[in-house]
Design a protein around this ligand. Structure first.
Ligand SMILES: NC(=O)c1ccc[n+]([C@@H]2O[C@H](COP(=O)([O-])OP(=O)(O)OC[C@H]3O[C@@H](n4cnc5c(N)ncnc54)[C@H](OP(=O)(O)O)[C@@H]3O)[C@@H](O)[C@H]2O)c1
Length: 246
């Protein structure tokens, strides 16, 4: 199978890296020299959107909304075309393309650790092909258009993680570790936390770690005092609110 990634920027490059491990991939952008690193991984690179889509079984649209009109005017309309463009409606896609799919994913798709949601009106056979492609990016869910739009807001929260990680590293530095050790410990706190969450409910993990009158409960009380949970809920809500005005 050959896949065209139209718009090899941040998202397009991440998706291409995941896909090229399994499939033939052609990536386009107007300045193809900026993604030479993808050629080294085995991708074909070009600025010819029309030919890239023509020669492929499926196209992924990863340009910004401002560039969609231009791209859609160039590419063949009969191929399955999966749009990851935030703010572009299924109706707008349907007006131009014969086999549109509206989808959303997240940057961690590069490592097969994303979550993708798609909405389509395709026949089962075509949806199977879409799912085979999206499964290269991690978990996949077929939902309604609203589910796709909500993921645009929810997946923005991936950008919160490096900020929270930095706070952990600063805490390690404050305790006196050098920055390399502080980063290694902080990463293990994240990775270990994810592994524990796969096996236990949050309250079970907390109960296993907390000692009465110990250190952890002091930190947890401080987190609650600072309203960290509601801060995160508010921040994701802010992403959702912004999405409505795109
Ligand atoms: N970044 C994310 O984590 C993420 C996650 C989910 C969804 N998205 C969605 O993915 C889309 C891209 O986001 P991004 O962050 O990857 O933006 P980006 O880094 O700016 O990538 C967009 C790419 O499109 C290329 N492009 C523009 N016009 C083109 C054309 N006519 N033909 C071919 N390529 C063209 C640009 O390269 P040239 O200027 O060289 O052409 C640019 O590298 C957006 O709609 C966004 O909503 C992004």
């Amino acid at each position: 199978m050959k896949i065209a990634v139209i718009g090899g920027g941040n998202l397009g490059s991440a998706l291409a890296k995941a896909l090229v491990k399994k499939y033939d991939v052609v990536v386009t952008r107007r300045n193809p020299e900026k993604i030479d690193f993808l050629r080294e991984l085995g991708c074909e690179i070009t600025s010819d959107n029309a030919k890239a889509v023509q020669d492929s079984d499926i196209a992924l649209l990863t340009v910004k909304k401002d560039h969609v009109k231009e791209v859609l005017s160039e590419i063949p309309k009969d191929k399955i075309t999966v749009s990851f463009v935030a703010g572009l409606t299924f109706k707008e896609l349907e007006m131009v393309l014969k086999k549109p799919v509206k989808a959303m994913t997240m940057l961690s798709a590069e490592f097969g650790k994303g979550f993708s949601i798609y909405y389509s009106k395709l026949v089962d056979e075509d949806n199977d092909l879409v799912e085979r492609v999206l499964s290269c990016f991690g978990d996949v869910f077929r939902g309604e258009e609203k589910d796709v739009d909500n993921l645009t807001a929810f997946a923005s929260s991936l950008a919160f993680i490096p900020k929270i990680y930095e706070a952990f590293v600063y805490s390690g530095l404050r305790l006196g570790y050098d920055s390399e050790i502080a980063k290694r410990i902080a990463l293990q706190v994240f990775e270990g936390g994810v592994e524990l969450l796969k096996s236990y409910e949050p309250h079970e993990i907390v109960e296993k770690i907390v000692t009465p009158a110990g250190t952890t409960i002091e930190g947890l009380c401080k987190l609650m005092e600072r309203g960290v949970e509601f801060g995160i809920i508010d921040a994701i809500q802010a992403c959702a609110k912004r999405f409505e005005s795109l």
